[in-house]
Design a protein around this ligand. Sequence first.
Ligand SMILES: C[S@@+](CC[C@H](N)C(=O)[O-])C[C@H]1O[C@@H](n2cnc3c(N)ncnc32)[C@H](O)[C@@H]1O
Length: 281
Amino acid sequence: MTEEEYGLFKDLIRREFGIELKGDKRLTLHTKLSHRLAILDIPTYKDYYGYIISDPSKEELSNFISHITNNETYFQREMARIAVFNGLLGDIKKNRQKKNQNRVTIVSAGCSTGEEIYTLNIMLMESGLFSWGWDVNLIGVDVSRRALRKAVNASYTKNSFRTSNGNDDFSRKYFDLEGDLYVLKKPYRSNVEFRHGNILDPSFLEGVGAVDAIFCRNVFIYMGEDAIKRIVGNFHRHLLEEGYLFIGSSESLLNKTDLFIPEYREGVIVYMKNPRRSSGE
Ligand SMILES: C[S@@+](CC[C@H](N)C(=O)[O-])C[C@H]1O[C@@H](n2cnc3c(N)ncnc32)[C@H](O)[C@@H]1O
């Protein structure tokens, strides 16, 4: 892969997905894409770039990005945030009840292989707050079709239980061990839906209705300021007035936006939607 070819892909990834390749990732990109070129029988990276951008269906763009993204995730990641969210469930329920609504919607934006959204679903079910008469929707969105296929299968190796190696009450209670695989029990998959989508796209949650909380953790670390601003605007538009945004422990929106108000809860920053600001679209 030449410098020029690398530059083309770098711009494409930034333009389409907001992801900034930091440092020199030319060799990484070459390794990740060479197999794809062989399958398609395309001689050069420049030709492959032309092939991607000339495809109006964006099918190859979607294949391409599935090879590029970092899909690192695991169950019960950064539990301090999940615990704070658990403490907010009562408020979420009351907000909906005040509006005479019996629907709750939680989104994992950049859900990867599903561990985050399933952790949230288990927590919601265990809370017992939304058991009867509630329409509960948990939606995982990701650009990587590869990751989403795994998410739908809900079948994991012990690597997905990074903190316990699969030897804890969590994995024993909610998973069936089939050989080396931990298969999430059926009831804990209910309410969960996965969508292929790009969170940079203003309509990535089209048709979903107002959302109570969005988890977008460990996604902004790969993005530039402009992309983060656009995505935060998209989240603002999709959230209820009282909606919450959770980002990763190594990420921050402080001094980057006035669309959300940071609040400290038990050592964790939760971003509350600022209903007095408009996201401009
Ligand atoms: C490191 S994983 C984080 C998974 C999970 N949120 C967590 O914290 O464990 C980042 C995910 O974001 C997805 N992603 C990156 N850019 C995206 C975009 N523009 N739209 C949707 N998903 C994106 C990647 O495909 C990847 O699966």
